[in-house]
Design a binder for this molecule. Structure first.
Ligand code: G3P
Ligand code: MG
Length: 249
């Protein structure tokens, strides 16, 4: 059975990447969370998908140009529904504190708008300090960031995210998934779902590589990936996925 990994928390039920969304996902008994992490001007790690606050808060501007105090003053819930007004952007510490019941904690690191990759090593350090390193998998579309995690701690389980727009990676992985993974010391591939086939999963598994596709929101795709033996499914529809994978209502 694949692990059910709640993409940005249970983002259909509460504003994405907020404590409310992760608590809703815990209520559904998911196996894991996926989030996205950025670093503030004063070096704090915060959970937010975009590099700017505009789409998911009542503020504007880049996270890397604001202090933690400045981003914390914004409302990250009201845009979603009035009852979530006042939700704060989570500090990564708060996010890790919620992760006790989980089997896997997927932190996605994105390169900052100013080009900095400093958040990579900082995420790994914090996971170690907070005792969640054993559950941590770090994913990124950016191989430099993944390699920076390994430089910080060679035991970090790094996962390469890729989609059809990265033609070079798609070709290289299609040609030789085991070789590409070995070259970069990857623990897992996190492919866009359309890139996944049963043969690909088999080939990855034969080479000891974990496969966690995204974003799996439809029941037929969930069924297919269960049959094909995917290790995890990263989903916006956590309730549906729990129902299909574990028969929970
Ligand atoms: O980790 C899977 C998925 O989150 C990658 O894309 O843009 O939703 O962070 P995005
Ligand atoms: Mg993400």
């Amino acid at each position: 059975m694949p692990l059910v990994i709640a993409h940005r928390g249970a983002n259909r039920l509460a504003p994405e990447n907020t404590v409310a969304a992760f608590k809703k996902a815990l209520e559904l008994n998911v196996d894991g969370f996926e989030n996205d992490v950025h670093q503030t001007l004063d070096g704090r790690l915060v959970v937010c998908h975009d590099d700017a606050v505009d789409r998911t808060s009542n503020g504007t501007g880049l996270i890397c140009e604001k202090t933690f105090e400045e981003v914390r003053a914004l409302d990250f819930g009201g845009w979603f529904a009035p009852e979530f007004a006042g939700e704060k952007i989570p500090a990564l510490e708060e996010f890790f504190e919620l992760c006790g019941p989980l089997k896997v904690v997927n932190v996605e690191i994105k390169r900052a708008a100013d080009g900095s990759i400093a958040s990579a090593a900082a995420v790994v350090r914090m996971a170690r300090e907070m005792g969640v390193f054993d559950k941590l998998i770090v994913s990124s579309f950016d191989m430099d960031m993944l390699q920076a995690c390994l430089a910080e701690d060679a035991a970090t389980r790094i996962c390469f995210l890729y989609a059809p727009d990265n033609e070079e990676a798609c070709e290289a992985i299609e040609d030789d998934p085991a070789g590409f993974a070995k070259k970069y010391s990857l623990y897992a591939y996190h492919p866009f779902v359309m890139l996944v086939s049963e043969d690909y999963i088999e080939e990855c598994h034969a080479a000891g590589i974990v496969v966690n596709p995204w974003t799996i929101n439809q029941d037929h795709a969930m069924h297919m990936l269960c049959e094909w033996g995917a290790d995890g499914i990263i989903t916006d529809e956590s309730a549906l996925a729990m129902q299909l994978v574990y028969g929970q209502s």
